[in-house]
Design a protein around this ligand. Structure first.
Ligand SMILES: [Zn+2]
Length: 98
């Protein structure tokens, strides 16, 4: 059913990494319609499920890590603690004299 890690659309018999809402729309169906019509048909191939162990994994993970760090920095920046630390830095005599 899903050898090669892909999933077959039961309507058009095409193979996909996963079956999208947009694709089903071409058949005049919603995801719910499709699952009702083919209850045992998977919506995602194992390619999709295993995406995080694919060669893209490292890149994706590092992007996620950067995003998380940036988010943390942004939260710190907006927090009162961050504000106080920034104030300390700008009020520091050595710094302000440079
Ligand atoms: Zn199809």
């Amino acid at each position: 059913m899903s050898d090669n890690g892909m999933v077959q659309c039961r309507v058009c018999k095409m193979w996909w990494d996963y079956i999208t809402h947009t694709h089903l729309k071409q058949h005049g169906m919603t995801c719910a319609d499709y699952q009702e019509e083919y209850p045992e048909a998977p919506m995602q191939g194992s390619n999709f499920v295993d995406f995080r162990v694919s060669p893209l994994r490292d890149r994706v993970q590092s992007e996620e890590t950067i995003d998380r760090r940036m988010e943390g920095l942004r939260q710190w920046w907006d927090s009162t603690e961050g504000l106080a630390q920034r104030k300390d830095m700008s009020d520091h005599p050595l710094r302000s004299r440079r």
